[in-house]
Design a protein around this ligand. Structure first.
Ligand code: COA
Ligand code: AMP
Length: 638
């Protein structure tokens, strides 16, 4: 049997041969002509000319193979006290009907459909129904405000929006409909219709002539068949934070995505057809797209849709209850969830009381996994805990301890806390210095991936090809710039340490400080502002605002800060977790006027820092420290 070293080397030496073999695990309606078109612009394209359908591969194919009675989806919702199971045959029927309902209202291949939904099975049904028709879905996370939804409506101009009356966040029932209506009112583009799922916990009024009730529409619809699409046709657009208020619409194609995700389930997650895979995330994030919806179903596994939190629904033992009750083999979540659990159950007593005999491995991603969290999880679970690294842009892991690939020396590579281990087959990860050349092992630099990127990665940004080139390809010709910085050690282990841009990671959620600054700057009393990500024990990072008030403003600081916090919640949403801002006299800047955000973050976190040589006025740093201390920051003298 080939080992990791041989498989990885082959995937880079002969990418076409390697990925053509993986593509055999997918049903094609028309074979692809070329495995890879390296000359395509702006990025190389995979499986050119091939036709397939992602929904067919996720559902119909398994039914056709005689596995229709296998459980496809388990909906476990501690917040509503519901557990429901759907077989592959049932999911196929639901998806075909809902696709029929969309088609009856004119949705065709290439149309966009926004899905703004909580964690209910209908969210998966809507995604797969779009895939069935070749329509392009764009799922928007429920924690975003109406304004953010409006930005996405205007960018991808959907023909339809699928939503629900409410979401349930822990103990709170949140009305979604006012946000939907608010977003449509703000947006320049108006959808032709909305389909709204009425949830029993909180119903809503439908807008006559625009909104239709999910239950009535789906029941009345004639089931729709799978529409063949090109491998290179988009399956979805998923918006993610960039450096500005305008989010980036990451485009995912159909063919490469299906091939790569299916491969990842066996090679990385070592999970086989019929086994239960659980990603405790949200369908609004890439983890939810790839590892709640698509990869498990493409692989014939059972996926779990969990509507709850790691703590408080009802307690820090809920994950272990779900794993025991549904026989989960592989579990995936973000380190922040484990920090929340550890805080409430430090000795892991709630873990010890459960039968976790089917549970083989835990995968953590979405943010840097601090060694203490990884070690705690390994100690309490006595199973491999795999830190793996990827991004919305890549759609599947770049680096991992790939449990399905023989190492030649053991069941998996030795785990080094703080490192997501090695590049996955298909990926060539390198570290480049400021001069654009590779740096020696152990030296920090920009983490880049040599082109072409493997299948399943983003071929462009929606409506923004130039931004795609400028943001990802221009700085290091021949490489994809990940936006992360780190190093590779002498054993080839990758360490992802920090972002090089204005992106921060709050409870595994990717947010843009630049976007928050745009909101702060829009407040009438703010002259200047900066937002940095400061360390937080549970969420990893939290945004902290610094504001300089306009001359003549003499209202109490606390009043202005309260308004600013409310403004971020209103414009971006509760997910931004923006709760704290400090009024300062001046912001530290370089002589050329660049705000020294990195230095401010270090002062707030009480870390040692070097005073930048280009600083305009060093006294400002001390002023900043003095402003931070009363708010509980800058604990260690800077
Ligand atoms: N719809 C509406 N509001 C939402 C939401 C959704 N889908 N998801 C989160 N929010 C709200 C929360 O209610 C909270 O609002 P509040 O300010 O009124 O309390 C706010 O957004 C921040 O949410 P969150 O960051 O999730 O914080 P929390 O304190 O509610 O929970 C954790 C903290 C650690 C328990 C939680 O972040 C968690 O479960 N993380 C797991 C990691 C994860 O799922 N990552 C996804 C990528 S893999
Ligand atoms: P997202 O696009 O939301 O998945 O966020 C991607 C970003 O999260 C990456 O660019 C990293 O900055 C960070 N990230 C995700 N997983 C890891 C990990 N395992 N280790 C370190 N950082 C990570």
């Amino acid at each position: 049997m080939q080992t990791y070293a041989e498989i990885h080397a082959r995937s880079r030496r002969d990418p076409e041969g390697f990925w053509a073999e993986q593509a055999a695990a997918i049903d094609w309606m028309k074979p692809f002509g070329r495995v890879l078109d390296p000359a395509a612009k702006p990025a190389a394209r995979w499986f050119v000319g091939g036709e397939m359908n992602t929904c067919w591969n996720a559902l119909d194919r398994h039914v056709a193979a005689g596995n229709g009675a296998r459980t496809a989806v388990i909906y476990d919702s501690p917040v509503t006290g519901t557990i429901a199971k759907f077989t592959y045959a049932e999911m196929k029927a639901k998806v075909a009907s809902f696709a029929g309902a969309l088609a009856a209202r004119g949705v065709v291949k290439g149309d966009r459909v926004i899905i703004y939904m909580p964690m209910v099975p209908e969210a998966l049904v809507a995604m797969l129904a779009c895939a069935r028709l070749g329509a392009i879905h764009s799922v928007v996370f429920g924690g975003f405000a109406a304004n953010e939804l409006a930005v996405r409506i205007d960018d991808c101009t959907p023909k339809a929006i699928v939503s629900a009356s409410c979401g349930i966040e822990g103990t709170k029932t949140l009305a979604y409909k006012p946000l939907l209506d608010g977003a449509i009112a703000i947006a320049r583009h108006k959808p032709e219709f909305c389909i709204v799922l009425q949830r029993p916990q909180l119903g809503c009024e439908l807008v006559k002539g625009r909104d239709v009730d999910w239950a009535e529409t789906a029941a009345a619809a004639a089931p729709a068949d799978c529409v063949p699409v090109l491998a290179t046709d988009p399956l979805y657009v998923l918006y993610t934070s960039g450096t500005t208020g305008q989010p980036k619409g990451v485009v995912r194609d159909n063919g490469g995505h299906a091939v790569a995700l299916r491969y990842s389930m066996s090679a990385i997650f070592d999970t086989r057809p019929g086994e239960v895979f659980w990603a405790a995330s949200d369908v609004g994030w890439v983890v939810g797209h790839s590892y709640i919806t698509y990869a498990p179903l493409l692989s014939g596994c059972t996926t779990i849709l969990f509507e709850g939190k790691p703590v408080g629904t009802p307690d820090a033992g809920v994950y272990w209850r779900v794993i025991e009750q549904h026989g989960v083999a592989t579990f995936f979540t973000a380190p922040t969830a484990f920090r929340a659990i550890r805080k409430e159950d430090p000795d892991g007593k709630l873990i010890a009381s459960r039968d976790l005999s089917k549970f083989r491995a835990l995968f953590l991603a979405g943010e840097r996994c601090d060694p203490a969290t990884l070690e705690w999880a390994m100690d309490k679970l006595k199973r491999p805990v795999v830190d793996h690294w990827w991004q919305t842009e890549t759609g599947w892991p770049i680096a991992a301890n790939s449990l399905g690939i023989p190492t030649g020396t053991g069941a998996h590579f030795p785990i080094k806390p703080g490192s997501p281990t090695k590049a996955v087959p298909g990926w060539d990860v390198q570290i480049l210095g400021a001069d654009g050349h590779p740096v020696p092992a152990g030296d920090i630099g920009a983490i880049v991936c040599k082109l072409p990127l493997p299948p399943g990665t983003f071929p462009t940004l929606w409506n923004a090809e130039k931004r795609y080139v400028d943001a990802y390809l221009a700085e290091y010709p021949g490489y994809y710039k990940t936006g992360d910085a780190g190093y590779i050690d002498a054993d080839g282990y990758i360490y992802v340490m920090t972002r090089v841009d204005d992106v921060i990671n709050v409870a595994g959620h990717r947010l843009s400080t630049g976007q928050m600054e745009e909101v702060l700057a829009s407040h009438k009393d703010v002259a200047e502002c900066a937002v940095v990500g400061v360390a937080d024990e549970m969420k990893g990072q939290l945004p902290l605002g610094f504001i300089v008030l306009k001359t003549g403003v003499n209202r109490p600081d606390a009043e202005i800060v309260k308004e600013i916090v409310a403004l971020v919640r209103e414009k971006i949403g509760p997910v931004a977790a923006f709760k704290q801002a400090i009024v300062v006299k001046r912001l530290p800047k370089t002589r050329s006027g660049k705000i020294l955000r990195g230095t401010m973050q270090k002062i707030a976190d009480g870390e040692a820092f070097k005073q930048p040589a280009t600083i305009d006025d060093p006294v400002v740093l001390e002023e900043i420290r003095e402003s931070l201390v009363p708010a509980g920051y800058a604990k260690t003298p800077a």
